[in-house]
Design a protein around this ligand. Structure first.
Ligand code: ADP
Length: 382
């Protein structure tokens, strides 16, 4: 009989792929559920189930062949997972945490109930604006977010306050209105919780978004913040994850304000773009850490070995269809540049095709080298 621990992953995108690249196949085997056979994770898993991530029966099929289930994407049938957990299936993180996170409104209410600092907000229906107390939004801008279904900035709109007051809201139905936090530095801390409740966080990172695509353009670790702010960021991140009372790997997105306040923006209950640099940058990567959690092992060392930067490789506007990375051979000869292509067959504008990690002995050299990579690494038609 096969004594390996059978892990089931819902979703076979790049996050699933990188989990599998860091898997310990001596002790575990992996089945992935994804809707298409040529997904990034497919070459690395033992078994692929083709099905919709929203289909309860496909998730049940995955559960039947798995000892432990996890996911690599939030937009899945969480009610099916809640039922499976009630029947005794081990699911990490707890599905109830995912259910709450799928609704940005419920997530904000959870922060509020647990005294987690977060930007002031109101949950409203777009037809009920008259009842809103707009004095909690002192800026002339308000951030409007859809409560469900958003990702990578889709479902987020920075609006003029007067427009919102007059009912001009870019989304239908129930929305989250949030105070616009000006000139923030965006930080993220990844927190891991093992099956015994032991906790560990990775050093914080500083991230910059592309204003058009809303994707992370650059990130650096360590974040250029004082030791005091670093300690506070990790303490807040760990305290919100503590409140979940769930094992798992979680990315906590934070805003550092001009006045030094740290606010929790939102949480991803899975590996995250803000942790890709950990593959080369840290002793244990975020992916290896999640595998350890799923297999019931102790958490690994999260120490940052050297300054690291990460840049996403995204499809340019000019390329639709088959593509390649220009001069890939030359880039692969570099000892401080690590390319991860996700094996997607076609490029589309702003599609995440891969990422690159840059390491350096000090922060100044890191920035210089990362800027060079950003300027010179190009996707071209093949
Ligand atoms: P998504 O879930 O799509 O990533 P976020 O809630 O993280 O959406 O918002 C996307 C981006 O919009 C953030 O990374 C940040 O740059 C900006 N943003 C979100 N909320 C605020 C806010 N309250 N104040 C200022 N900028 C914000």
């Amino acid at each position: 009989m096969d004594s390996k621990i059978k892990v089931g992953i819902i979703g076979g995108g790049q996050l699933g792929m990188m989990m599998l690249q860091e898997a310990n196949f001596d002790i575990a085997s992996y089945t992935v559920l994804e809707s298409s056979a040529d997904c990034p994770a497919s070459p690395y898993c033992q078994k692929l189930i083709i099905g919709s991530l929203n289909d309860a029966s496909a998730i049940e099929q995955l559960a039947e062949v798995s000892d432990v289930l996890t996911w690599e994407i939030e937009h899945i049938n969480v009610d099916a997972l809640i039922q499976l957990e009630a029947q005794g299936k081990k699911i990490i993180p707890k599905p109830s945490v995912l259910k709450m996170i799928q609704d940005k409104g419920a997530q904000k209410l959870f922060f509020q109930a647990n005294n987690i600092p977060t930007a002031p907000f109101e949950l409203v229906d777009s037809t009920m604006l008259a009842a809103v107390d707009f004095s909690k939004f002192p800026q002339n801008k308000i951030v409007v977010k859809t409560r469900t279904g958003g990702y990578d900035g889709k479902g987020v709109s920075i609006c003029n306050k007067a427009d919102v007051q007059n009912g001009k809201i870019p989304f239908e139905g129930s929305v989250l209105l949030e105070q616009f936090v000006e000139d923030v530095l965006e930080l993220a801390v990844i927190v891991a919780v093992d099956q015994h409740g032991n906790k560990s966080s990775f050093p914080s990172i500083e991230m910059y978004f592309n204003s058009q695509s809303n994707l992370v353009e650059f990130l650096y670790s360590p974040a250029q913040i004082s030791a005091e702010v670093e300690a506070k960021a990790r303490e807040i991140a760990e305290s919100v994850i503590h409140a979940f009372q769930s094992p798992g790997l979680f990315a906590v997105e934070l805003f550092l304000t001009q006045t030094g306040e740290i606010l929790v923006n939102e949480i991803a209950p899975r590996p995250h773009n803000s942790g890709h640099h950990t593959i080369e940058g840290c002793v244990t990567s975020q992916f290896a850490q999640l595998n350890r959690i799923l297999l019931g092992q102790e958490l690994g060392d999260t120490t940052l070995k050297q300054p690291s930067a990460m840049l996403n490789i995204v499809g340019p506007d000019s390329v639709m269809g088959a593509y390649k990375l220009e001069n890939e051979y030359m880039w692969n000869q570099q000892t401080d540049v690590f390319i991860h292509m996700y094996g997607k067959t076609e490029s589309r504008p702003n599609r995440k095709l891969g990422h690159v990690t840059v390491i350096a002995e000090n922060f100044e050299k890191l920035i210089e080298r990362a800027e060079f990579v950003k300027e010179n690494m190009t996707i071209i038609p093949s």
